[in-house]
Design a protein. Structure first.
Length: 180
């Protein structure tokens, strides 16, 4: 695996080796020793996937203390426009965002540090999105910021949203509990 630093401290884009032959493809999405050697968390507590259709936007989500978590995300089928927003007060990238095209054919992953919001928009007809987290989901700690309040140039100005995501506070309205 190749672990690439980004301009948000603690956020990495990871490129695994993709093995492909006449039978299909094999992509290793986690390797304990490689993660540990790169200073990345290895103690993931929960893993889940979602299936979404083209034009769906999920996010921008995170959990607040004491249930904040690191995320390791990838797309197992299709492709997504993936976004990370730094919410950590005192961070050199506070309030800034990064975007990635996460694609099943590339096998790339995004390692999202605690204190950052995460979301994605589905580019393909369907996307199978896999998310690993270092804490278990806690409804009282579940939070988010509105998708269109961070200066992100999304691929679609009118995505398909849940009621929850439509009603989240703006980045500027949100008083972040995260400290760098």
């Amino acid at each position: 695996m190749e672990v690439n630093h980004t301009s948000i401290p603690g956020c990495f884009e990871i490129f695994p080796r993709v093995f492909e032959d006449s039978r299909g493809r094999l992509v290793k999405t986690f390797h304990h020793d490689l993660f540990a050697d790169n200073g990345l968390e290895t103690d993931f507590r929960e893993e889940y996937y979602s299936v979404s259709h083209k034009s769906v936007l999920r996010g921008l989500h995170f959990q607040v203390p004491p249930h904040e978590h690191i995320k390791l995300v990838t797309c197992l089928e299709g492709s997504i426009f993936d976004v990370v927003v730094d919410l950590r007060k005192g961070s050199p990238s506070f309030g800034r965002h990064l975007t990635f095209i996460v694609d099943a054919l590339k096998g790339n992953m995004v390692y999202v540090p605690a204190g950052c919001a995460h979301g994605f928009y589905v580019l393909s007809d369907k996307a199978l999105f896999l998310n690993r987290t270092t804490s278990v989901f806690s409804s009282p700690s579940d939070a988010g910021i509105k998708w269109n309040t961070c200066g992100i140039e999304w691929p679609d100005a009118n995505p398909v949203l849940s009621d929850k995501d439509h009603n989240l506070p703006s980045l500027h309205e949100y008083n972040s509990p995260f400290v760098f």
